[in-house]
Design a protein around this ligand. Structure first.
Ligand code: UDP
Length: 184
């Protein structure tokens, strides 16, 4: 699913780690060092945002939110802003600007694309990497593990929340997303 998305995003002008898919289970990717930021975009209130801000899940936001967490399991990936990233040397201003530009581009494309599959893109997390020459590219993955996908008609959750919230039907939901992606 990630390779499918990354191929389309490349065409939209977002550079990615994708080199070549060589089998169902193996993909050649560019070597990067991951920028230790979880880059989150939210279109609709859900999850930790709803809890933190006391906003009901499902409320449409007036504009997309870009949010950063510092990738550090021991600290529980704490919420940070640009100033934290700069002050701690996590990223430079130029890198943050590039990451923000690509993240909004990814969102703009994905919202439209998934709408065409009758799916609302609620929010998602992406990660960026730096190649040896310092170029920032999209890395890691885009999948129901890292996005909230709700069916536009029924609002049924078709993502990892089915697992996180013990709702059952996890595999079916992921297969449903894949089926719609493949146009079946
Ligand atoms: N997310 C992720 N990995 C994480 C945390 C969040 O892929 O470690 C994704 C999650 O699937 C959702 C978005 O980022 O699409 C926003 O998640 P949120 O901050 O609401 O955290 P959650 O409520 O999932 O803990």
């Amino acid at each position: 699913m990630t390779n499918f998305m990354f191929k389309m995003l490349e065409k939209e002008g977002v550079p990615t780690h994708l080199v070549e898919e060589i089998s169902d289970r193996e993909t050649i990717v560019k070597k990067v060092s991951i920028v230790p930021l979880e880059v989150i975009i939210r279109n609709v209130a859900a999850g930790s945002f709803s809890k933190r801000m006391g906003v009901e899940e499902g409320k449409q936001l007036l504009c997309p939110i870009l949010e950063f967490s510092y990738k550090n399991d021991d600290l529980g990936d704490p919420f940070i802003n640009d100033y934290y990233a700069l002050a701690l040397g996590i990223a430079t201003q130029e890198e943050i600007d590039t990451i923000a530009k690509y993240a909004f581009k990814v969102n703009e494309f994905m919202v439209k694309f998934f709408k065409g599959l009758n799916i609302d893109l609620i929010d998602f997390k992406i990660e960026f990497g730096k190649t040896a020459d310092g170029t920032i590219i999209l890395a890691d993955e885009i999948s129901p593990d890292t996005c909230r996908f709700w069916d536009s008609t029924t609002h049924e959750k078709l993502d990892k929340d089915r697992f996180r919230r013990d709702m059952g039907g996890v595999e079916e939901a992921y297969q449903e997303i894949m089926k719609r992606l493949m146009g079946e």
